[in-house]
Design a protein around this ligand. Structure first.
Ligand SMILES: Nc1ncnc2c1ncn2[C@@H]1O[C@H](COP(=O)(O)OP(=O)(O)OP(=O)(O)O)[C@@H](O)[C@H]1O
Ligand SMILES: [Mg+2]
Length: 382
């Protein structure tokens, strides 16, 4: 899309929906008379099947889910899991095969053309490849949704200035996209999405083209926008660190279904589904190589028991309580505890000496909190 002049865009309504919504929104975000707050997205038994000559693909299968207003909601899953399809159902870039999507309690399938245009103005979208017009300046790119929506000229200038200020790009207003870094281009994309003052911002792999440092700065910008404007952000990523850094909630999709969902600290702290564990593996680190080589499935006389303890609680584990529960010398093999949203989340590998014959050790350690797995045994003398 980058490089197109606006008049060559064949379907402006769709183009706007994909990157450039428009017009102001009511600022109220509190649900009144039992109605959900502005920015609430609800999927009810949502299914999508793509049909082509090659056959059928069930991209989404009975998704029931609510994205609370004001959340930063991350969607993860393997390639082809249905992430983009779900995101694009929010502004009806994809029409579901069955089930429905409700925004602030109202089903969006019922909207006529005008209603759909109005809905898309309430929903901003940013992309991996920015979708900026190269022949237009930063200011013109950001102004475009307002121009298309017929917002009076006198209003556009201040609105664009406001959006550029939000993303820290005031100084680049007259610059062309080709002279911007990737991070700056994405800031323009974000400003263009925000200029319409949306209540929901959809991000499909918005940081995937950026280096780690720039990714962090864009994530901190998104968090800031979420906090200051109260916008609901729905974010697809393949980087678990993005979820950990930015999101309040996470959904794990697997083959079009919900594998698990919940607050990030809970899902990442104690992943229940194998898909989540597989996705998290790079983040949580596997066993150290030397230990993996020494690990035995059965206890030998005198062997130490290796326990993996996964925590997600308010407080980090109490080590003296751990030693007392083990009732034997405990050696720390590897540990990493981080704080996510006020919770201690992480994993410890410990070796409990000569506990092979003590089947109760796991239960006693488990009673302290956390998920405890006996992963094997190591002889103490090798
Ligand atoms: N327009 C389409 N026609 C046919 N099949 C499609 C179409 N769009 C998506 N699919 C299929 O639907 C499934 C879900 O696709 P989707 O793009 O939602 O996955 P995704 O989770 O976003 O993957 P990725 O991480 O690779 O972006 C995939 O099997 C994909 O091949
Ligand atoms: Mg995708």
């Amino acid at each position: 899309m980058a490089g197109l002049a606006f008049d060559t865009i064949r379907d402006p309504a769709r183009w706007i929906a994909e990157g450039t919504p428009a017009r102001a929104l009511p600022a109220a975000r509190t649900g009144q008379e039992g109605r959900p707050a502005a920015g609430t997205v609800r999927f009810e038994a949502l299914s999508k099947t793509y049909r082509s000559a090659a056959g059928e693909v069930r991209a989404l299968d009975s998704i029931d889910l609510e994205i609370p207003a004001g959340a930063i909601f991350g969607i993860i899953g393997r390639s082809g899991a249905g992430k983009s399809t779900l995101l694009r159902a929010v502004n009806r870039l994809e029409e579901p095969t069955s089930g429905r999507v409700l925004i602030d309690g109202a089903p969006i399938a019922a909207l006529d053309t005008d209603g759909l245009v109005a809905l898309r103005r309430r929903i901003g979208m940013i992309f991996q490849h920015f979708n900026l017009l190269s022949a237009k300046t930063v200011r013109q790119n950001v102004a475009l949704p307002l121009v298309v929506a017929g917002v009076p000229r006198a209003e556009i200038g201040p609105r664009v200035d406001e959006a550029l200020r939000l993303v820290g790009l005031e100084a680049k207003a007259e610059t062309y996209p080709s002279r911007l870094s990737g991070g700056q281009k994405q800031r323009v994309g974000i400003a263009r999405a925000l200029v319409s003052r949306p209540e929901i911002l959809l991000c499909d792999e918005a940081t995937s083209a950026l280096d780690p440092e720039t990714t962090l700065s864009i994530l901190s910008l998104l968090r800031d926008i979420n906090r200051r404007l109260g916008i609901t952000i729905v974010l697809i990523t393949h980087e678990m660190s993005v979820i950990r850094e930015a999101c309040s909630h996470v959904l794990v999709l697997e083959a079009g279904r919900i594998a698990e969902t919940g607050p990030v600290w809970r899902v990442f702290g104690a992943p229940e589904h194998h898909a989540t564990r597989a996705l998290l593996e790079p983040l949580t680190r596997g066993l150290p190589e030397d230990l993996a080589a020494r690990l035995r499935p059965h206890p030998a006389p005198g062997a130490a028991t290796v326990l993996r303890i996964t925590y997600s609680g308010r407080e980090a584990p109490d080590l003296s309580a751990l030693a007392a529960a083990a009732a034997a010398p405990v050696r720390l093999l590897q540990a990493g505890i981080e704080r996510i949203q006020g919770h201690a989340v992480g994993r410890m590998l410990v070796a409990v000496a000569a506990a092979g014959a003590d089947p109760g050790v796991e239960d006693r350690v488990r009673a302290l909190g956390g998920v405890v797995e006996r992963i094997g045994y190591v002889a103490t003398d090798d």
